[in-house]
Design a protein around this ligand. Structure first.
Ligand code: FUC
Length: 820
């Protein structure tokens, strides 16, 4: 375990003797505030990480009935139900694979984030890279089991056919950028199968999606080389077959393994895509470097992997992955289930309260985030890192009116900030074009505000981006969409406290956006500043029809408020004194971002009176509550807004799509409504979760799976108001006892806690950046604080529930709260 949880704060609340006996460890005599160092150490309880195993597993292979073309009209795409519901996804941020675990013909469906055709909007969309079949021809087997282990990011298959036992292991290595499949049999010479790749969708009906490809086998290698016309994309996939014992029979497109003892398959993918500004700004046919051939890069990856060999590949994969995954544990007092995953889900859907599944979904979300977004990859897209579609719904792109942000809602708080670096790289690459869009916008609409110095017009973006395309505006999501994006950039700083990043990336991004906003806001007669071309994402006119465009929606005004305030905060940290900051300061009081309507609701539109006057009252988006979550404008210091937000959520209801439930869950957690947060979490699992635990919009989208990670964390720990609040939204269902380990609070504090009967009884905090620590929990100020050397720390109390004290980087502090 890599957790650094040696340091802790031990809290003892107003424990009654019966409570002490229940929690056993605390049944020793309680110490007073002035007790000695020795007593403090003696009483300090060690919070350790649990090593609970999280696994998806089944006793049957995934079915593979292929695409259903019958209802293409209704859905708009052929539906590969078995892929979506039953296959297991592995990935390394760049390459993704869906595993079926079959014994007749195993299907490994491959994805790579830059393999794109014209897509549904003629501006690029990811498409299925290839299918790799392993023909075993084992039609009847026994003792079958397939699994996806989340602790190790390794999938397995095992079964018996005749006299022989077979095993497979699959993983997608980030350090070595290869997919590895290891096949063994318990009898020497027992392994015979054919490796047979297929390039799907070569017969596209649409010219924009057309592609050409060849499959050639030679010696131990099969090479798939293709071109997709739309972006003149070149891609290559190599499969290397390494066998021990037996022999290989190489055909023109296949390799047959005959009577081997064991086999390792290595697979690498690459394309001529390079993430840079040109890939967004150039014409489709000019975006990529035609002289670049991925062949060299793929061959190099394979050669390196061959040189390392299976054992090293596996240990390098495990070291890389475990370092991320094992940082956080959440125990909701559950037992590892003995049911295959689909039965576990069915039992839950039938009303069984099983905290194991609730933990599993949380850890699965963290797994999927690591598998779909890494430091050097593109960000996680609408389907994470996976697609089997020829034309992926919504291009499988980066939807900026909530979806791409939601992908990272759990990244910082569950100590996976590295995964967000993918978005930072992406942002830096598209920023020059986003600046051009701001210039165009201001020049066209506010020529009097236009500045000859391009930096002074800032930047802006629209909604539906992808690795090749950045939209300037959206027909249904207002300019606040860019503020939704900078919120993520600021959060990365708030959690990591990386000042270099704040200075070089986040602050310029925030200032740039505030500059754009400052020019685009229109003064009203009553002295307000309102955003024109404003929309509340995807809301339509009262009687249906077109998207509703107006002035000053809560979404747009709210994100201007958030960005303007974050700029000032960042400037203060960095000691920036740009005179433009005065403009920002003067605009904030004129934004009037929150209005309460006659139904007691947070208005979505200024012209709305009662709830539901405009648009769909049960719309999936709750854009007018984005300043509650992920923003901070609606917070506990404004109880009337909190109440109105709660009412608004009640009106909106939970009958909605997958990701929309995840937003409601986070919003309810922020409102400190534990039962309502839990209710919608349950509903997301019951109604929008598939047997492979992917969540669905529908269709399958990754956002809810990743958004719920943030939701669970938000129920256990909050820090958006400058104070670390413990167990702010702990529902009855989790209250009996439980713990979390390694969640991160803003200020870069690593926090672990344990509770019993709804009350905190252990808390450990490591200060990773040496910032001032503010803690909040009922009765906290009657306690004492000790550092890791047992030295008592003087803290300041703010009322009975809040304390604050300076910390030293790397130091651990313990607080003891005593019986009085
Ligand atoms: C947003 C949502 C849709 C869908 C799409 C990909 O625009 O409103 O429901 O999730 O993104």
């Amino acid at each position: 375990m890599t957790l650094n949880l040696q340091f802790m704060i031990l809290l003892k609340f107003k424990l009654t003797p019966w409570f002490c006996s229940i929690i056993g460890l605390l049944s020793i005599s309680l110490v007073g505030c002035n007790d000695s160092k020795k007593s403090a150490q003696k009483e300090t309880l060690t919070v350790t990480n649990s090593s609970k195993q999280y696994e998806l597993w089944e006793l049957e292979p995934a079915p593979n009935r292929g695409h259903d073309f019958a209802d293409v009209k209704a859905r708009g795409y052929p539906y590969d139900e078995d892929w979506e519901r039953w296959s297991y996804a592995i990935g390394n941020g760049t390459l993704g694979a869906n595993l079926f675990g079959r014994t007749d013909s195993e299907r490994i469906q491959l994805s790579e984030k830059t393999i794109a055709n014209g897509g549904c909007y003629n501006r690029g969309g990811i498409t299925n890279a290839a299918e790799l079949y392993l023909d075993f021809d084992h039609p009847s087997v026994s003792d079958y089991r397939r699994s996806l282990n989340l602790n190790d990011a390794i999938a397995t298959v095992s079964y018996r056919s005749g006299e022989t036992g077979y095993q497979r292991e699959y993983f997608a290595s980030y350090p070595d950028d290869v997919l590895v499949v290891r096949l063994t049999a318990d009898q020497l010479g027992g392994l015979s199968f054919k490796v047979r790749p297929e390039i799907p969708y070569l017969e596209s009906k649409e010219a924009r999606d057309s592609k050409r490809a060849t499959v050639t086998a030679s010696g131990e290698t099969i090479t798939l080389a293709g071109t997709i016309d739309f972006f003149k994309l070149k891609y290559e996939i190599q499969v290397r077959v390494l066998q021990q014992g037996g022999q290989l029979v190489t055909g023109s497109e296949t390799i047959e393994v005959v009577n081997a003892d064991e086999v390792t398959l290595l697979l690498a993918i690459d394309t001529n895509y390079e993430l840079n500004t040109k890939v967004f700004s150039a014409e489709p046919s000019e975006k990529l470097d035609a002289s670049l051939n991925p062949h060299e890069r793929v061959s190099e990856k394979i050669q390196k992997a061959v040189a390392l060999g299976f054992d090293q590949l596996k240990s390098r994969h495990l070291a890389d992955y475990r370092d991320l995954f094992a940082r956080v544990a959440v125990d909701l007092n559950s037992q590892v289930s003995e049911l295959p995953t689909h039965q576990l889900l069915e039992a839950y859907q039938n009303g069984q309260q099983d905290p194991y599944l609730e933990e599993l979904m949380f850890q699965y979300g963290r797994y999927l985030l690591i598998a779909s977004s890494r430091e050097t990859s593109l960000p996680a897209h609408l389907q994470g890192a996976w697609t089997q579609f020829e034309v992926t719904p919504w291009t499988g792109g980066y939807w900026h009116n909530i979806n791409v942000q939601m992908n990272y809602w759990g990244a910082m708080s569950t100590d996976l900030a590295e995964t967000f670096e993918a978005y930072i790289r992406y942002f830096e690459a598209y920023l020059p074009l986003a600046k051009q869009y701001a210039q165009d916008y201001i020049q066209e609409l506010y020529p009097e505000q236009f500045s000859e110095n391009p930096e002074e017009n800032g930047w802006t973006i629209g909604n539906g981006a992808n690795p090749y395309f950045l939209p300037a505006r959206s027909s249904h999501s207002g300019p606040g969409t860019a503020g939704f994006t900078t919120k993520m950039l600021m959060e990365y700083y708030d959690f990591t406290q990386d000042e270099g990043y704040l200075r070089e990336t986040a602050y310029p991004a925030l200032v740039g956006l505030s500059r754009f906003f400052a020019k685009a806001l229109e003064p009203t007669e009553d002295g307000l500043l309102l955003m024109n071309n404003s929309a509340s994402p995807e809301m339509r006119h009262p009687k249906g029809g077109d998207h509703y465009k107006t002035i000053g929606t809560t979404f747009d005004q709210g994100f201007v408020w958030e960005n303007h305030n974050d700029v000032l905060r960042a400037a203060k940290i960095l000691g920036e004194t740009d005179p433009f900051l005065k403009t920002v300061e003067s605009q904030i009081p004129r934004l009037d971002p929150i209005l309460i309507g006659s139904s007691g609701q947070i208005k979505e539109f200024r012209e709305e009176d009662a709830y539901g006057d405009i648009g769909d009252p049960h719309h999936r988006h709750i854009s007018h509550l984005c300043t509650l979550y992920p923003g901070t404008l609606i917070n506990a210091s404004k109880p009337e807004w909190m109440q109105a937000a709660s009412k608004t959520l009640d009106f909106r209801g939970n009958d909605t799509t997958g990701w929309a439930m995840a937003h409601r869950m986070n919003a309810r957690a922020r409102l400190k409504e534990p039962e309502k947060a839990y209710e919608v979490y349950r509903k997301l699992i019951e109604e929008k979760t598939l047997p492979n635990l992917w969540t669905t919009h529908p269709p399958f989208q990754i956002d809810a799976s990743l958004g719920l990670v943030g939701g669970v964390a938000e129920m256990l720990l909050q820090s958006h108001q400058g104070v670390i609040e413990l167990l702010p939204a702990l529902p009855q269902a989790w209250a009996e006892s439980g713990s979390f380990h390694g969640l991160v609070a803003r200020g870069n504090f690593k926090v672990s806690a344990q509770w019993e009967k709804g009350k905190l009884d252990q808390l450990s905090i490591k200060s990773r950046s040496g910032k001032h620590c503010r803690l909040k929990y009922s009765g906290l100020s009657t306690g004492s604080v000790f550092d890791e050397n047992g030295r008592q720390i003087v803290f300041q109390a703010n009322g009975s529930d809040e304390i604050s004290f300076p910390t030293q980087k790397g130091m651990i502090y313990s607080v003891m709260l005593t019986l009085r």
